[in-house]
Design a binder for this molecule. Structure first.
Ligand code: SF4
Length: 172
């Protein structure tokens, strides 16, 4: 069998609904659907067994390019507050903002996907006064920008792939 396609999933400012939707993927559910396409789930914060140091080892390897990431899926808005530090959302156990992890892993990933409205343009967390300064990966509300910016290209030369929906329909 050929090398599996490595998928890494991060949850930013998210209700978790995109993951819940994905669990119903295809006619067989997410786990079987991934097997069907020879996709290896490197890590998912809700679904993976690895936690603590084991999870951190995967993330660090992905962030410095030692572990190949064919697709980085980001669920939820990127919280950039307060004052652009991103410290409204630290990745548990690392002391580092989730925004930094996303940017570091995206810099090595073959493809980057914004899963759902929140990751695409900020979505629900940007409502009313947007107290957490939430943005998407390439859009901040209706404006271009976001965490990665419009010039971003993945390792495969692709812009961020926005998967529409709140939550996206799992069958795609
Ligand atoms: S896009 Fe919808 S379902 Fe997905 S994290 Fe945002 S609010 Fe939740």
């Amino acid at each position: 069998m050929s090398e599996p396609f490595n998928l890494l999933w991060l949850q930013a400012g998210s209700c978790g609904g995109c993951t819940m939707s994905t669990l119903a993927a295809d006619d067989v559910g997410l786990v079987r659907a991934l097997e069907r396409f020879n996709i290896r789930l490197l890590w998912h914060p809700s679904l993976s067994e690895e936690s603590g140091a084991d999870a951190l080892a995967i993330l660090e390897g992905a962030a410095d390019g030692r572990i190949r990431v064919d697709a980085l899926c980001v669920e939820g808005a990127i919280l950039t507050g307060p004052n652009g530090t991103g410290r409204f959302q630290l990745l548990s156990g690392t002391g580092k903002p989730l925004a930094q992890w996303v940017a570091a892993i995206a810099a090595h990933a073959r493809a980057v996907l914004a899963i759902g409205s929140c990751a695409a343009f900020g979505g629900v967390p940007t409502a009313t006064s947007n107290p957490t300064d939430a943005v998407g990966l390439v859009y901040a509300g209706a404006d271009s920008g976001g965490l990665l910016g419009t010039e971003f290209r993945s390792g495969a030369g692709l812009p961020v792939i926005n998967v529409a929906g709140c939550a996206p329909i799992p069958a795609g």
